[in-house]
Design a protein around this ligand. Structure first.
Ligand code: ATP
Ligand code: MG
Length: 233
């Protein structure tokens, strides 16, 4: 269940400005990858292509051997719902839903795909407990701290047991203690559940804890290294 980028390019605007230049690489199932680079280097753009949130201008992404540009719209929705979890810098929780209801939104959607969701409902509750939110399941996001809100967002990303967890600067809006908690949750989901983690980060300490670091400069891979002794996992 690897993810493969095949001659990926992405341009925006008219006239087109090329943001990613012919990237080809493979991420193995179970890996923990940190995507780094300066602001504007193309990290988020690449992450969204790899995670099936956007499409390349040319080239394609293969997820578990399936060319994402060749699957039907419905299949793409199913992949996003069941195989992919996304966490962003800001949590994007729905303000009118409780913590638990937010976590269960992907589960509600999975019903449309004919999935038997009872075990995922249980998992949603368990994740909140595991993430230190026991007793706060019924709270609205605005009655949770920033770190708690981000943990709810991570539980929502993980509730369907996705094969891949994508994160775009997940610790960017948190203090160092809460950032550490988030990275630990990622390390745990990677080592315990075997989830492949692909994380954009500006934090060199967190990047050093991944197994592999890919650094972008102006939409090209400037460095692709395997960390010799990842301290986290
Ligand atoms: N939807 C869009 N329309 C036009 N240009 C875009 C769009 N999305 C990104 N870009 C441009 O593509 C380039 C790469 O953007 P991207 O968001 O991938 O960078 P980044 O490495 O994630 O930066 P940051 O660290 O600031 O988040 C930037 O020059 C940006 O302005
Ligand atoms: Mg970005």
């Amino acid at each position: 269940m690897s993810i493969k980028a095949v001659h990926l390019s992405k341009s925006f605007g008219e006239p087109a400005i090329k943001v990613l230049h012919d990237l080809s690489f493979e991420i193995q199932a179970g890996d923990f990858v940190a995507l780094t680079g300066r602001s504007g280097s193309g990290k988020s753009t690449l992450l969204y292509l790899l995670g099936a949130l956007d499409f390349p201008t040319s080239g394609h992404v293969e997820m578990g051997g399936h060319d994402l540009s060749a699957v039907s719209e419905r299949e793409l929705h199913r992949i996003r719902n069941q195989n992919v979890g996304f966490v962003f810098q800001f949590h994007y929780l729905l303000p009118e839903l409780s913590a638990l209801e937010n976590v269960l939104t992907p589960v509600r959607k999975a019903v449309d795909f004919g999935v038997d969701v009872s075990s995922f409902e249980t998992r949603g509750r368990e994740l909140l407990v595991r993430f230190g939110l026991e007793g706060k399941e019924g709270r609205l996001p605005r009655h949770l701290s920033g770190g708690e809100q981000q943990r709810v967002a991570i539980a929502r990303a993980l509730v369907m047991k996705p094969k891949y967890l994508f994160a775009d600067e997940p610790t960017g809006a948190l203090d160092s203690a809460n950032g550490e908690v988030v990275i630990r949750l990622f390390e745990e989901t990677n080592s315990v559940d075997g989830t492949t983690v692909i994380m954009v980060t500006h934090d060199t300490g967190f990047a050093a804890r991944a197994r592999r670091q890919i650094r972008l400069v102006d939409g090209r891979i400037a460095e692709d290294i395997v960390n010799s002794a990842p301290s986290g996992v």
